[in-house]
Write a protein that binds this ligand. Structure first.
Ligand code: PMP
Length: 645
């Protein structure tokens, strides 16, 4: 040891008796002043608030034990159930079998400063002081300025490296006499990652081990041995000074798939592929970009659905869908050009054409397929397609798939569009495509200006009315009604205000016939089912019978934006979408999670849906929201935006 006298330095900060933050280090005497200052700074800057007490304790360290850091692995899991299954599998080697019962004990650890010490077999609690639990303390990474390992970078004590500190702690715990395992789950409701550790398996991060929003968490140490040994274990955990060699400084990029021991039925997946994929997921997770399919929460005030007119739940649509299914079956059985065309398809196409005022219409199974199949049929190699920078992904993918040269013009900037049309030079065909209502910000395309630019350039014009149909225009017929002018191709989806699913194009008879012959996503995919077609047909009838619905919906969205403005949140809308700019991805997620805890769902929209650093909340207002709902959500949202990040 280069510096014989080492000291344990501990910081603990609290406000009104509530713990805010804590840290500890083991350092040589000459480092104590700088460390004390750094720890005090850390306490003062904690996200939980400014403490009213900061305790700094400095004691000479006793005999030091050196331990090798536990090896670390990350297990990517998508659901808490999957996380628990992985924990169970990992701990089974240590004979720990009652994982579900052990995890249930986290409801008791909430608020405990220390860990719960459980008999690994009987699950009896062994800590003498149950309110406090057992604290694992007096430990540090060798190299944190304690002169123990020059290879490790010296840690910055002003910042908490949660990961490194967790590995140091887990290493000490796993080496304590009688301890056969540890399970740790954060008590932060937004942090769903936890770990299990034993000396044999090492420190195993499990990316999802609890439900988002669940505040239960803590540490559980699992002990196996005679009762007389418990005191020695606690003495070691609470008093023995430990320096951990080779502690990692950041979570590993290399990950293990959740099921490295494939469960029955999961054979055939290469562990190497899984490992690589899990690595990418881990990377996304570290940037706040990991996504998960969650079941829709019940009993929540949701601003997350595109079912703007609440027609998906409308009894008339449900009855029409059921009747069509009874008549023609749950699926259509073949593609449209084979035997898949049913009366429901024909009727809906006619109805769409009359609703939008065009000669004809074609339907696809989704709006995504309609965009991809239409753009790639209209333009090809040597042609040029011009696309607004904020167009929907399905337009972007259609442009790419077409193999035409793609020119992306600045959002809503008709001058830039003109420049790009000129720059492209003469082509067999030029196609200009734009969202009518932009899906993330809800702003409207200036359709007359757009059409004028297309006309002058001799370009085909196409708009995507996905968020305009049923929302914009005096009677909900879309942007074409709002501005009383039409492009060559009007595309839309049945899946938003029309409450069903599917995509469509309304255009001339010739253009529609052409698409039925050339659109690969129309030709090579099974026709959408009759239930969805009949439901969409009925939705059009509802909008025709109740023409005030679209303006009523827009008035609600405007009232929500006004309530937010009054609460100091800048935002505006011309449709049913109210965008609330945030910027940072993690802040957007934190605000969204805070709202969800209050029972309001407003999703955070992040890269790649929008540009990096341009994260936002996207509130979609639907016709079912009462003024009280809108006011409540606005108040909660403005409060959540003011909370410290
Ligand atoms: N276009 C736009 C503008 C959209 O927002 C969406 C759906 N998010 C689509 C097309 C795709 O429609 P669908 O969900 O029916 O595939």
């Amino acid at each position: 040891m280069s510096d014989a006298r080492l000291f344990a330095v501990k910081m603990r900060a609290a406000r009104a008796g509530e713990h805010i933050s804590g840290a500890e280090r083991i350092v040589p005497a000459h480092d104590i002043p700088a460390l004390a200052a750094a720890l005090a700074e850390r306490a003062l800057r904690h996200a939980k608030g400014v403490p009213d007490e900061i305790h700094l304790k400095v004691e000479e360290a006793g005999e030091i034990v050196h331990l090798e850091a536990l090896p670390v692995s990350t297990h990517v899991t998508q659901t808490p159930a999957e996380g628990r299954a992985v924990a169970a599998r990992l701990l089974a080697g240590a004979g720990i079998t009652r994982i579900d019962e052990i995890m249930a004990r986290f409801s008791e650890t909430y608020g405990m400063r220390g860990a719960m010490l459980l008999d690994a077999d009987t699950l009896e609690r062994l800590e003498p002081d149950r309110a406090r639990g057992v604290r694992a303390t007096y430990m540090d990474a060798a190299g944190n300025g304690n002169g123990q390992d020059a290879r490790c970078p010296r840690g910055d004590a002003r910042k908490k490296n949660h990961f490194a500190e967790a590995v140091v702690l887990a290493t000490k715990v796993a080496n304590a006499p009688g301890i056969v395992g540890e399970i740790c789950v954060s008590d932060d409701p937004d942090y769903v990652t936890g770990y299990v550790a034993t000396k044999e398996i090492g420190y195993c991060r499990i990316t999802t081990i609890k439900e988002k929003g669940d505040p239960c968490g803590g540490r559980i140490f699992l002990y196996r041995g005679p009762r007389e040994g418990v005191a020695e274990t606690i003495e070691y955990l609470q008093k023995q000074c430990v320096l951990v060699d080779n502690a990692p400084t950041s979570a590993p990029r290399q990950t293990v798939a959740a099921s490295s021991d494939p469960p029955p039925g999961r054979s055939g997946v290469s562990p190497l592929l899984d490992e690589a994929l899990a690595g990418d997921l881990r990377e996304a997770d570290s940037q706040g970009l990991l996504r998960m399919c969650r079941e829709r929460p019940a009993d929540i005030l949701s601003f997350a659905s595109n079912d703007y007119q609440n027609l998906a739940e409308d009894p008339r649509l449900k009855a029409a869908a059921c009747a069509a299914i009874q008549r023609h079956g749950a699926g259509s059985g073949a593609s449209r050009l084979v035997t898949g065309t049913l009366p429901e398809h024909v009727r809906l196409e006619r109805h769409l054409a009359s609703f939008k005022g065009t000669e004809d219409a074609v339907v696809w199974a989704t709006g995504y397929m309609a965009n991809v199949g239409t753009i790639s049929a209209l333009v090809g190699k040597g042609d040029a397609v011009f696309s607004d920078a904020l167009n929907h992904a399905s337009i972007i993918d259609g442009c790419r798939l077409s193999r035409a040269d793609v020119f992306v013009y600045r959002h809503g900037d008709m001058d830039d569009l003109v420049r790009q049309l000129d720059a492209a030079g003469p082509r067999r065909r030029k196609l200009v495509v734009s969202d009518a209502v932009f899906s993330m910000d809800g702003d409207l395309l200036d359709l007359p200006a757009f059409l004028e630019v297309c006309r002058r350039a001799g370009a085909v014009s196409m708009i995507d009315e996905a968020h305009a149909t049923g929302v914009v225009g005096a009677t909900g017929r879309g942007l074409t009604e709002h501005f009383d002018c039409k492009p060559d191709i009007i595309l839309g989806t049945l899946s938003k205000a029309l409450g069903s699913e599917g995509g469509f194009v309304c255009a001339s008879r010739t253009a529609c016939d052409y698409l039925r012959n050339k659109s690969r996503s129309f030709i090579f995919s099974t026709a959408p089912g009759p239930g969805a077609m009949a439901a969409a047909d009925t939705a059009l009838s509802v909008l025709e019978a109740e023409p005030g619905r679209a303006s009523a919906l827009r008035a609600k969205a405007a009232r929500f934006a006004a309530a937010l403005n009054e609460a100091g949140v800048a935002c505006a809308t011309q449709s049913a979408i109210v965008p609330i700019p945030v910027g940072d991805e993690r802040t957007a997620c934190a605000v969204s999670a805070a709202l969800e805890r209050e029972g309001v769902l407003i999703p955070a929209i992040r890269y790649p849906t929008v540009a990096r650093g341009a994260a936002r909340l996207r509130a979609a207002v639907d016709i079912g929201k009462s003024d009280a709902d809108l006011r409540r959500a606005a108040a909660l949202l403005s409060a959540a935006l003011r909370m410290p990040s």
